[in-house]
Design a protein around this ligand. Structure first.
Ligand code: C5P
Length: 225
């Protein structure tokens, strides 16, 4: 009998708490973790470094396939691009914005698909992103769409960026986040949507622990059977 590997997808806009929650849930379940945003960010970072235009589909797709990207399982994780740790550099809003530019391109998304699918390994996977439940792991048995009000999300991003030592101001950040969210929502290729069957959780007024509890419930009831 073949046992299908369980996958939990957690999609949502930036600042919804996806990253923290996905990592904690993956740890609690003992499953692998995919931060798909970090893959798009790494590509954007590599493209910016090499002076590539962010709409050059052929070059970006080639870079997406050829870049040597390795993630550590630590928390916080290290991300090596061609052997160099870039975890800190890819965390900025500038790279996040560049990521959302390259993420609009069909050839880029196709080129990054295999990298993302390769994270699906026993005993299971928690996949964090924008299109995990709607495209990449469409067949996943567990899906969550995590959101929060724009204000709460901007404040959370501000705290995260400050914690990492980045210099940011709230007004500039709000407009950058709005711009990025709009781009992610209206794009033709794999826009940010609540996947069919995804459980909606609004984290605006919830503590991280409460969100983790609700997400665990989505998976647990089934695993306990
Ligand atoms: O989640 P994170 O903020 O790291 O994602 C950075 C950008 O990468 C997003 O704004 C989005 O444009 C893109 N992305 C995507 N699909 C994913 C994950 C991220 O298009 N699955």
């Amino acid at each position: 009998m073949t046992m299908t590997l369980p996958v939990l997808t957690i999609d949502g806009p930036s600042g919804s708490g996806k990253g923290t929650v996905s990592r904690a849930v993956a740890k609690a379940l003992g499953w692998h973790f995919l931060d798909s945003g970090a893959i798009y960010r790494s590509l954007a970072f590599a493209a910016l470094q090499s002076g590539m235009h962010l709409d050059d589909e052929a070059s970006l797709a080639e870079l997406a396939v050829s870049m040597d990207l390795v993630f550590s399982a630590d928390d916080p994780p290290q991300v090596w691009l061609d052997g160099i740790d870039i975890a800190l550099q890819i965390g900025t809003e500038t790279v996040g914005n560049a990521a959302s530019c390259v993420a609009q391109i069909k050839g880029v998304r196709e080129a990054l698909l295999q990298k993302q699918l390769s994270f699906k390994k026993p005993p299971g996977l928690v996949a964090d992103g924008r299109d995990m439940g709607s495209v990449v792991f469409k067949e996943a048995p567990f899906k969550v769409f995590l959101t929060a009000s724009a204000e709460v999300r901007a404040k959370r991003r501000l705290m995260q960026l400050k914690d990492k030592g980045h210099d940011v101001n709230l007004n500039g950040l709000i407009s950058e986040i709005e711009q990025r969210d709009r781009r992610d929502l209206v794009r033709t290729e794999a826009p940010l949507v609540r996947a069919e069957g995804a459980v909606l959780i609004d984290s605006s007024d919830l503590s991280i622990d409460e969100v983790i509890r609700q997400v665990m419930k989505v998976v647990q009831s089934d695993l306990d059977e």
